[in-house]
Design a protein around this ligand. Structure first.
Ligand code: K2U
Ligand code: ZN
Length: 172
């Protein structure tokens, strides 16, 4: 089923998520609902805190724009930076309102260790857009949004726009 996506400045997006202790049917159901919600957004990734669950669980499909769907579920992912710092241009986020986009520093390659839904260990290197997506999603598990990686000036300007938007929204 489709889940509601939590949006900034909701404090749940700033929490450090807790590890998944056991892969239960409830976790499998959540992963399925997150995957459906991601495709419907549409998106290339979705982390559990974005649907209000403070768990180290994410789904992603960086290649969705190339046609066939290949959704991945990552349980308790850990990233190790490899390569050099690159600029990920004009990142957006399903939880950051006003369709705001900004350039974000990311690692060009990362080593990913995680578990999949069957409990099978994952240990692989990612590069290119897949590396960017997994960094964006793992940031969510640590309570970090791409707007936290902008310059202070850009962030101040953005926060001003959000405050105005929220006032107008609550004013009805
Ligand atoms: O986590 C999210 O909010 C989904 C993000 C993931 C993302 C990863 C890398 C770079 C930008 C965003 C997106 O909003 S999904 C929307 C989207 C779709 C296609 C290409 C880029 C972004
Ligand atoms: Zn995001």
């Amino acid at each position: 089923m489709l889940l509601d996506i939590v949006t900034y400045p909701d404090p749940r997006l700033k929490e450090r998520c807790v590890p998944v202790e056991a892969i239960t049917d409830e976790i499998r159901r959540l992963a399925a609902d997150m995957t459906e919600t991601m495709y419907a957004a549409p998106g290339v990734g979705l982390a559990a805190p974005q649907v209000g669950r403070s768990l180290r669980l994410l789904v992603m499909d960086p290649g969705v724009q190339e046609g066939e769907r290949r959704p991945r579920v990552l349980v308790n992912p850990v990233l190790e930076p490899l390569g050099e710092v690159i600029v990920s241009e004009q990142e957006g986020c399903l939880s950051v309102p006003l369709n705001y986009r900004a350039d974000v520093p990311r690692w060009s390659r990362v080593r990913l260790r995680a578990t999949d839904l069957d409990g099978t260990p994952i240990d692989e290197e990612l590069e290119g857009f897949a590396a960017v997506v997994v960094q964006h999603e793992v940031d969510h598990l640590d309570g970090t949004l791409f707007i936290d990686r902008m310059s202070r000036l850009r962030r101040t300007l953005y926060d001003g726009r959000v405050k105005k938007w929220l006032r107008r929204k609550t004013a009805g």
